[in-house]
Design a protein around this ligand. Structure first.
Ligand SMILES: *Cc1c(COP(=O)(O)O)cnc(C)c1O
Length: 381
């Protein structure tokens, strides 16, 4: 549970991100504990948060990284991750991004289509390099999450359809500058039940058995990320259930002798350690509603506006009787609302509000819309 250093907050310019690094370390310890299994490798999905302090902690914990752009590969290298711990996914890799990955000899390109594979072969041949690749397979599994963040269904833009996989594997094996290392999967995000991961394991077993019969084996399997966090109970449930998560794979996924299993966790690593801290500017009485107008908006945290997500909201500076508020930001868009009918201790101008569980897809998605400044960060070590 996060204890906020409220007296420190009083002097800070709001809005800002607050990161509880102690909680991040405890989270990383749990991951290390339950992923300590032969062949298991955990990568951090950098797109959740590239804050350098956070990257530093994750580097120290010994994790690798999963990147989805050339910029993220650069950020990871700058933070100190070695190229052999960097994998690079994404449906639309530009030529310069592929070249950069090859220049640094990153561990693996997670390839999402045949045209992409052909371009990687062409660029690698020109550079006289060999590109290690994994094929991202779309397993057609419903992750039971919001439709904006489900990625493993046949109609999603991500990955290679299973029916096309035979042809692409065959093509890859003929390419002189491509080394096919494995299969990659990522079925969605904010998955809070283990069933989709069990289904994924079974699908992978089927595929491995099928290709095994043809004499095709893979050095590694990558099951992506997607483990969710408890947005409703950030204090009681500050660390996701990594035991059950890793255990699902230990129990259901059959690895070949010496085969590696890679994970790419984003939200579950950094989600709960971050909060967006904002001040109340005005309390406005509508005819039916009361609005708490705060100085943060979707420019700092876009998840409510973008995914209809809800983050717990706490008034850190009031113990008065509970009243009902819509908590809204200053941006000129009606979607700039953090919560409707929030029950909060009576709010007044100057109160400090914490918007919880904002460590993942928060700061990194901040924008300068309305010419606003990008948020700063404060840390508790
Ligand atoms: C976004 C992403 C992840 C991480 O997803 P989380 O839900 O944050 O764990 C992992 N792998 C790939 C390929 C991704 O695009």
């Amino acid at each position: 549970m996060t204890n906020f250093p409220i007296s420190e907050f009083e002097n800070q310019c709001t809005p800002f991100y607050f990161y509880d690094i102690t909680l991040l370390r405890r989270t990383l310890d749990e991951i290390k504990r339950y992923s300590n299994h032969p062949g298991y490798h955990v990568h951090y999905a950098v797109k959740a948060n590239v804050n350098p302090v956070i990257l530093g902690e994750i580097l120290n914990a010994g994790l690798g990284v999963d990147c989805v752009s050339g910029g993220e590969v650069e950020a990871a290298m700058k933070a100190g991750f070695s190229a052999d711990k960097i994998v690079f996914a994404g449906v639309g890799k530009s030529d310069w991004e592929i070249e950069m990955g090859l220049t640094h000899d990153i561990a693996c390109f997670n390839v999402e289509s045949l045209p992409e594979l052909e371009v990687i072969q062409e660029i690698a041949a020109k550079m006289q390099k060999v590109a290690r690749v994994a094929l991202r397979v779309n397993p057609n599994i419903d992750a039971h999450t919001h439709h904006y963040i489900t990625t493993g269904l046949a109609e999603n833009k991500f990955g290679i359809n299973i029916e096309k996989l035979d042809d692409i594997i065959e093509a890859a094996m003929k390419m002189s500058n491509v080394e096919l290392q494995g299969l990659h999967f990522h079925i969605g995000s904010q998955i809070t039940i283990n069933d989709p991961f069990k289904l994924l394991s079974e699908k992978i077993n089927e595929l491995q058995a099928k290709y095994g019969k043809k004499g095709i084996t893979f050095k590694s399997i990558n099951v992506g990320g997607g483990l969710g966090i408890d947005y409703d109970n950030p204090n009681e449930n500050d660390i996701p259930d990594f035991y059950s998560y890793f255990n699902t794979f230990k129990k259901y996924l059959k690895l070949n002798e010496g085969q590696e299993l890679h994970f790419e966790l984003g939200r579950s690593i950094v989600g709960q350690c971050g909060s967006l801290i904002t001040r109340v500017l005005y309390v406005k009485e509508g005819t039916e509603k009361k609005f708490a107008i705060v100085d943060a908006g979707f420019t700092e945290l876009i998840r409510p506006a973008l995914y209809q997500a809800h983050h717990n909201i706490e008034n850190l500076t009031s113990n008065d009787e509970i009243e009902k508020y819509d908590v809204v930001g200053p941006i000129c868009e009606s979607s700039d609302c953090f919560g409707e009918d929030e029950m909060l201790p009576k709010v007044k101008r100057g109160d400090i509000i914490a918007i919880r569980s904002a460590g993942a897809y928060g700061e990194i998605m901040a924008s300068q819309y309305n010419c606003r400044k990008l948020p700063k960060s404060v840390y508790k070590m």
